[in-house]
Design a binder for this molecule. Structure first.
Ligand SMILES: Nc1ncnc2c1ncn2[C@@H]1O[C@H](COP(=O)(O)OP(=O)(O)O)[C@@H](O)[C@H]1O
Ligand SMILES: [Mg+2]
Length: 267
């Protein structure tokens, strides 16, 4: 079975950037990759170099009312009533994704969930789909989360091999890492690994080593002007920065090591 990696952290720290780097790394190695964008306003597609034309027909699954109704047996726009709790999802990763060689992009969209754990047809379909991608797909699955650990629940979180917590060298982004860490532990995610992003110098690396010594720091990505260039040209950052591509390879190697040994290398 392929690796299942969830990427989490505070908004703007670089989750989508890291997801795109890892997706390009694994795809270049010849591995099939399923990249899942869970952001309600998705931007992983452009980060992976998908063109506007490739993305124009791709809607987040949460917005595909007819599909949700067809699969769950619910009535579109109607709440209440009966619907199927085990909708068929196995064809969705082939049929409702954009594809570039061995890299697929799936847009998930937002799960609406009431405070009391209410379930609705849309969230049932999304949860089922995430579960399917984690438990039954054999490619590398990268789940670019949005704010916390939404889309993961008991029974699915255990299928996540590693959770990468992304942080900038700031207390605020580390605070979010702590929240994510607590949620991920509660859910039973076995490995939570820290990736520092937007490092400007050695003091930033020292910040993580001092302030998050308990978390395995498996990689540090430099602050790079190539990130802006990638955004403006809608090309993958991976191809624009040999430095960041090299660090991505080291992060992937550290993930392999964590998987093999159950322990991890600190940088
Ligand atoms: N290493 C980096 N160097 C420079 N800019 C970066 C770096 N990583 C991310 N960025 C920029 O920071 C912003 C937020 O990154 P993004 O990956 O979208 O964050 P998130 O998905 O966590 O919200 C983007 O404009 C991105 O280009
Ligand atoms: Mg993002």
């Amino acid at each position: 079975m392929g690796l299942k990696i969830a990427i989490s952290g505070k908004g703007g720290v670089g989750k989508t950037t890291l997801t795109s780097l890892l997706a390009c790394h694994y795809a270049r190695q010849g591995q099939p990759v399923l990249a899942i964008d869970a952001d309600p306003s998705p931007c992983l597609g452009p980060a992976l170099g998908f063109s506007e034309a490739q993305l124009i027909d791709l809607l987040p699954i949460s917005e595909m009312g007819e599909l949700i109704a067809e699969r769950t047996g619910s009535t579109p726009g109607h709440s209440g009533g009966f619907f199927r709790l085990n909708p068929r999802v196995s064809d969705i990763p082939e049929r409702f994704t954009a594809r570039q060689d061995n890299l697929r992009l799936l847009l998930l969209g937002a799960v609406q969930e009431g405070g009391s754990g209410c379930i609705c047809p849309a969230s049932t379909l999304l949860k089922r789909l995430v579960r399917h991608t984690l438990l039954e797909r054999d490619e590398v699955v990268l789940l670019d989360l949005y704010a916390g650990v939404e889309h993961l629940g008991r029974g699915t979180a255990e299928a996540v091999d590693v959770m990468l917590a992304v942080a900038e060298p700031t207390y605020r982004s580390l605070r979010t890492v702590r929240q994510v860490q607590a949620l991920a532990r509660d859910l039973g995610i076995p490995r939570i690994l820290l990736v520092g992003n937007k490092l400007a110098g050695p003091e930033d690396r020292a910040f993580f080593q001092n302030e998050a010594a308990d978390l395995p720091l498996i990689g540090c990505l430099e602050q790079s002007p190539a990130a802006r260039e990638a955004d403006r040209s809608s090309t993958p950052l991976y191809g624009l920065s040999a430095l960041l591509a090299g660090e991505t390879a080291r992060i992937a190697a550290a993930i392999d090591q964590a998987m093999a040994q159950g322990s991890v290398r600190h940088v």
